[in-house]
Design a protein around this ligand. Structure first.
Ligand code: NDP
Length: 260
């Protein structure tokens, strides 16, 4: 084989960083999750797009990926429910035979100042954002440890680091994800399973579109880069962490300098 041929093979491997890897993206139907799904598929991965209520979005994404020659399925599961999360992992294994990468991305907000926050709003956010991480991770961890390969990437938030007005429930859930990430990383490192978190700043999605315009303007004025982040900028960090063998227990901030 000539040097040029070797380089071309190497380049091909580099072009498709996640060829044939099997990935679950929770909340992959919309927003940041949907962009992560597309980027994973571009990198050659087989993707399971989890959704709870946005079936149409998830199915449209499957069709898009199909058209581009990739492989994806949509799978309905409320990840705040342990049995449904287990079912999501079973469906993945039945369809693709294995599971290599788990992206815990599903999340909701129920913003209200603490005095007005109901018990239901507290538990709903903790269940969807944090307990879901326990549910999905506990369903994949034995497989990953046995195969001595796994990547778990938790989409936390700047709000879990800096706090947020009217966001005690959300902030607690996102800070919890960071502690979970570091502790699990310690336990799984020797078996080739890395666990990392990404802390997005304010990103252009439906979630941030729900913030009142005057408050959003104030937020943007305080971001050193003076703009919201793009979903593609979070997806880039996901691909980077998913492709790395030696980064674990880290929290990557993708926030335009808003929290350092
Ligand atoms: P969106 O509201 O745009 O999308 C949320 C996704 O989560 C949807 O796909 C939704 O699916 C899914 N989801 C919600 N509840 C459940 C559930 N019980 N089970 C399964 N899936 C569920 O949010 P973003 O894309 O903006 O946010 C994605 C992640 O990034 C979240 O964890 C969020 O906290 C985090 N983040 C976002 C920031 C931002 O500025 N947007 C900043 C920092 C962090 P469906 O529609 O089917 O219910």
């Amino acid at each position: 084989m000539t040097i040029l041929e070797k380089e071309m093979i190497q380049q091909n491997e580099e072009t498709f960083k996640l060829q044939d890897k099997v990935v679950i993206v929770t909340g992959g139907s919309r927003g940041i999750g949907a962009t992560i799904v597309k980027e994973l598929a571009k990198q050659g991965a087989n993707v399971v797009i989890n959704y709870n209520s946005s079936a149409e979005h998830a199915e449209a994404l499957v069709e898009d990926i199909d058209r581009l020659g990739g492989k994806a399925i949509a799978c309905k599961a409320d990840v705040s429910n342990l049995e449904e999360a287990k079912q999501l992992v079973e469906t993945t294994k039945n369809q693709f035979g294995r599971v290599d990468i788990l992206i815990n991305n599903a999340g909701i907000t129920r913003d209200r100042t603490f005095r007005k926050l109901s018990e239901e709003e507290w538990h709903e956010v903790l269940n969807v954002n944090l307990n879901s991480v326990y549910h999905t991770t506990s369903a994949v961890i034995n497989t990953m440890l046995e195969q001595k390969y796994g990547r778990i990437i938790n989409i936390s938030s700047i709000i879990g680091q800096a706090g947020g007005f009217g966001q005690t429930n959300y902030s607690t859930s996102k800070a919890g994800m960071i502690g979970f990430t570091k502790s699990l990383a310690l336990e799984t490192a020797k078996n080739g399973v890395t666990v990392n978190a990404i802390c997005p700043g304010y990103i252009e999605t439906e979630m941030s579109a729900a913030i009142p315009e005057n408050i959003l303007e104030q937020i943007v004025s305080k971001i050193p880069m003076k703009r919201l982040g793009k979903t593609s900028e979070i997806a880039e960090a996901v691909i980077f962490l998913a492709s790395s063998d030696y980064i674990t227990g880290q929290c990557i901030n993708v926030n335009g300098g808003a929290y350092m």
